[in-house]
Ligand binder design. Sequence first.
Ligand SMILES: Nc1nc2c(ncn2[C@@H]2O[C@H](COP(=O)(O)OP(=O)(O)OP(=O)(O)O)[C@@H](O)[C@H]2O)c(=O)[nH]1
Length: 205
Amino acid sequence: MNDIKVAVLGGEGVGKSALVVRFLTRRFIGEYASSSECIYRKRMSVDGRQLNLELYDPCSQPCEGKSTLNEQIHWADGFVVVYDISDRSSFITATAIIHLIRELNLGAAKRESESVVFLVGNKQDLCHMREVGKEEGQRLATDGRCQFFELSAAECFQEVALMFTKLVRNANLSGKAKERRRRPSGSKSMAKLINNVFGKRRKSV
Ligand SMILES: Nc1nc2c(ncn2[C@@H]2O[C@H](COP(=O)(O)OP(=O)(O)OP(=O)(O)O)[C@@H](O)[C@H]2O)c(=O)[nH]1
């Protein structure tokens, strides 16, 4: 059975955990206070084939044994790079992350195909506070050879699920089986995730 490793990267507070939790549990959790980086595992059926998905959600706060961005990029087969459409600085961070992924890809190009990268403009429900135009997102995606999505983890499960499923399918099709490198620390089961979710402070948005 194939293993697909996906890292969800982006600036602080852009909704990385919200997207991951939405995809895994169908629920939107207003406040997801995590103090450690996590890898969640999910068994998926894509195009009739069983896959083991490992989904990496980094922690923006300093935490013990925290992996570097370079290590995260080397570890993953596919990436969701997230920015918040109502926060321009998060778009600048996403731009830098995409450039770094492509730079590291170039270094590894002799033995590996290019990584699958999806660029996600999250918090589409906050379009009245928009600081990043949709066309800017599209342009960055084209320049960085990414697929582009604008969506809202808060409002739409279907779009989030479609985005992750498509990423897993593309990463699987690209046949990119990286050798096992140092994985980011922290690994949680689905049960642990559910504990996190239900043990959490809730806040409406
Ligand atoms: N309005 C709105 N708020 C969102 C959405 N997604 C996440 N949020 C909110 O954005 C804040 C940050 O969400 P998180 O999921 O913790 O973001 P993160 O990127 O994992 O944060 P760090 O790990 O601290 O960097 C929380 O208050 C969420 O409720 C969205 O689609 N719409």
